[in-house]
Design a protein around this ligand. Structure first.
Ligand code: 6R9
Length: 654
């Protein structure tokens, strides 16, 4: 064994260069942008910051007193002005900002001019409800146009929004409202979810019942569900917002004023309240959105299919796209409601040019079958994106062939709630991609891979991913917990930000993300990433999705337990289980052959779609189940547990 902190097992040699057709019109085609940014990273970011509209120019690009960064110090600007007003002022008021599609098929077209008056009215209403600069506003809403509207309204008056994903429970909402000291909650009567109504307002009522800090609850009527309105606390959006004047002077904000708070739990532990500020964040998300998605505001129709309740939605449905004057699709519902055709029919309906989604969704589309996308005209697509988890090479290939028809570059974008925006990614007109690799750090971003001692791992090799220089969108702290900020990100490897992810570089220097380091398995002294074993399983034509974990084993330290979801129509047989275990041994190494393999129709996932390996580990070790409040469907775990405990002993041998 070498000094690598994580073994490098899976070798993927397929390569894809951008087509001449794509390159002909691409914003970035050569490597020059990397050279420029390397020579002068601060100059690179400042040049892009200067494309925003500032009320006052900054004095200093960066002040870094590690781990505290301040970007564009002394500058003032307003995020809502940058996202809306300046496009209207430049004559683009009639351009569509959002094509909104409701789950039930209702639709609305929101132009930039409309958005400006909607945001202004909402901002005036917030003021009338007593919200002032620096106040925190909790937002617990479905994916409807009022959601970005009220986020921008907060930004306009200098209030700090804290969006809480609308699938969370009343308890989770309560804790986040208390932690951030929110004084206003914005919600809807309910949210459509697969034809049913999820009772948002009822949950808010429970969440704020004993909270005197919450002065008002502002509620949008969406599902027409009966709700209780408690006067004078509760007010309707259509009564308070609609009649407001449609202009509202924007507050000039310091570049380092808070723009928003967003909770992230990762897959473990108490949620952390991540702080993002204004100037640096906006610069980062606008720049990355433009170059990574090759965004052409006059002709593109861009669709990020994430939820605004997650950072992906904040950065790449709201702030990045709007700052770049993008026309986006905003879809309220599930990709398979009322059926598996929905996502593809929307792409055809709106002539979507870029689709940005998560590996969990891509693997679900694979599982549902090619007949669904094949029934629709997807020829408008010219670029595909992935975010949220490592994308298995076979899922990448499926995305490339079945959805992209071998025509669309794929951008696999690695980043985190904490980084604010994309950090490691291809540039679609410039980078030769390899399936499963996020390729290289974005220009101006410096990333390394280190071993347990914090020493750089040679190329090729694997270890811990760190970010070595501050970047504009970086978190400015954890709300109310300075020590946790330092301990979590800056203590393990002094002087560097530790992302918590494993990664490797191949002989060509490409970065491959290997999953969370907490999940790394230790089998007979070999440190194996979950990602590589899972990707080997997914490379079998019958497998749609796989999760592996290391469970305690008296002989090998840990033994690999695999959980596998098959593609539609494939039978779960003992022979197939053996074949799949052998497939891993052949693909990567006998060391990585799962000791046990269980078929399961579902895998436990967080609400944002990441596989929760910690729970699987608990099941496999038959320990007490941990906290499942971030889990999408807690019953999935019970089902898997039941099955695991009744697994034939034959699966257990290696
Ligand atoms: C944007 C987002 C962050 C964690 C991150 C990593 C995983 C995200 C990835 C990826 C491999 C990618 N992750 N993108 N892993 N390849 N392209 O997802 O933010 O919810 O905070 O999660 O997600 O493990 O550390 P967040």
């Amino acid at each position: 064994m070498g000094t690598d902190a994580i073994d490098d097992l899976l070798h993927e040699n397929r390569q894809f260069t951008p087509s001449d057709t794509f390159k002909r019109d691409a914003l970035i085609v050569g490597a020059g942008i990397y050279d420029d940014a390397n020579q002068d990273p601060l100059g690179f970011w400042a040049q892009h910051a200067a494309e925003l509209a500032w009320d006052r120019e900054w004095d200093t690009i960066l002040e870094y007193d590690a781990p505290h960064a301040k970007w564009f110090v002394g500058g003032t600007l307003n995020a809502s002005v940058n996202c809306v007003d300046r496009h209207v002022d430049a004559g683009h008021g009639s351009q569509v900002a959002y094509h909104f599609e409701g789950e039930n098929g209702d639709s609305r077209t929101i132009t930039y001019a409309q958005l400006l008056s909607d945001v202004s009215r909402a901002a005036n209403a917030l003021k009338q409800l007593g919200v002032t600069k620096g106040d925190r506003v909790a937002i617990y809403m479905p994916m409807i146009p009022e959601l970005p509207t009220v986020m921008l309204a907060c930004a306009r008056i200098g209030a700090v929004h804290s969006v809480v994903f609308a699938g969370f429970s009343a308890k989770a909402l309560h804790d986040r409202i208390v932690d951030a000291g929110c004084t206003l909650v914005v919600t809807a009567d309910g949210a459509w979810r697969r034809g049913d109504v999820f009772p948002l307002k009822d949950n808010v009522d429970d969440a704020v019942a004993d909270l005197t800090q919450v002065r008002h609850v502002l509620t949008v009527k969406r599902t027409e569900t009966a709700v209780t309105m408690t006067s004078p606390r509760d007010v309707w959006w259509h009564e308070v917002v609609t009649g407001q004047p449609d202009t509202c002077t924007a507050e000039p904000m310091d570049s380092e004023d808070l723009l928003f708070l967003l909770y992230t739990s990762g897959t473990t532990g108490k949620p952390k309240c991540i702080m993002h500020t204004t100037g640096g964040y906006l610069t980062h998300v606008a720049t990355t959105h433009r170059y990574v998605f090759d965004l052409k505001p006059d002709t593109d129709v861009y669709w990020c299919a994430a939820d605004i309740g997650w950072v992906t939605g904040h950065s790449y449905i709201v702030y990045g796209p709007l700052a770049n004057r993008t026309t986006s699709v905003l879809y309220e519902g599930a990709p398979n409601f009322p059926n598996e055709q929905r996502i593809w029919s929307l792409i055809a309906k709106y002539n979507v040019t870029q689709l940005y989604t998560a590996p969990t969704a891509i693997r679900a589309f694979m599982k549902w079958g090619d007949q669904h996308p094949n029934a629709h005209d997807l020829s408008s697509l010219r670029l595909l994106g992935s975010v949220g988890e490592p994308i298995n090479p076979e899922a990448w290939m499926w995305y490339h062939t079945v959805i992209g028809k071998e025509r669309c570059p794929i951008v696999d974008t690695w980043w985190q709630t904490e980084t604010g925006g994309i950090m490691i990614t291809p540039l679609p007109g410039a980078t030769t991609t390899k399936p499963g690799s996020a390729t290289f750090p974005f220009p101006g971003v410096v990333a390394s891979i280190v071993n347990d001692d914090g020493a750089d791992v040679a190329i090729p090799g694997g270890g811990y991913l760190t970010l070595d220089q501050p970047w504009p969108g970086m978190l400015r702290g954890i709300w109310g917990d300075e020590q946790r900020f330092i301990d979590t990100y800056f203590t393990r490897f002094p002087g560097r930000y530790f992302a918590g992810d494993g990664a490797k570089r191949d002989a060509d220097g490409y970065f491959w993300l290997l999953g969370r380091v907490d999940d790394v398995m230790n089998v007979s002294g070999h440190r194996l990433s979950t990602t590589e074993v899972e990707s080997a399983l997914v490379s079998h034509p019958f497998v749609a999705e796989a999760a592996v974990i290391g469970r305690k084993d008296p002989t090998t330290g840990q033994a690999i337990a695999a959980f596998v979801t098959l593609r539609s129509g494939i039978d779960e047989t003992e022979e197939l289980a053996q074949e799949l275990r052998q497939h891993v041994a052949t693909m990567i190494s006998p060391i990585a052959k799962p000791a046990s393999l269980l078929f399961t129709a579902e895998l436990p996932k967080t609400r944002s779609g990441k596989i929760m390996r910690r729970l699987l580990r608990n099941i496999a070790e038959d320990g007490a189940l941990g906290d499942t409040t971030t889990l999408a469907d807690a019953s999935v775990v019970d089902g898997i547990k039941e099955k695991y405990l009744h697994m034939p002993a034959a699966h257990e041998e290696t």
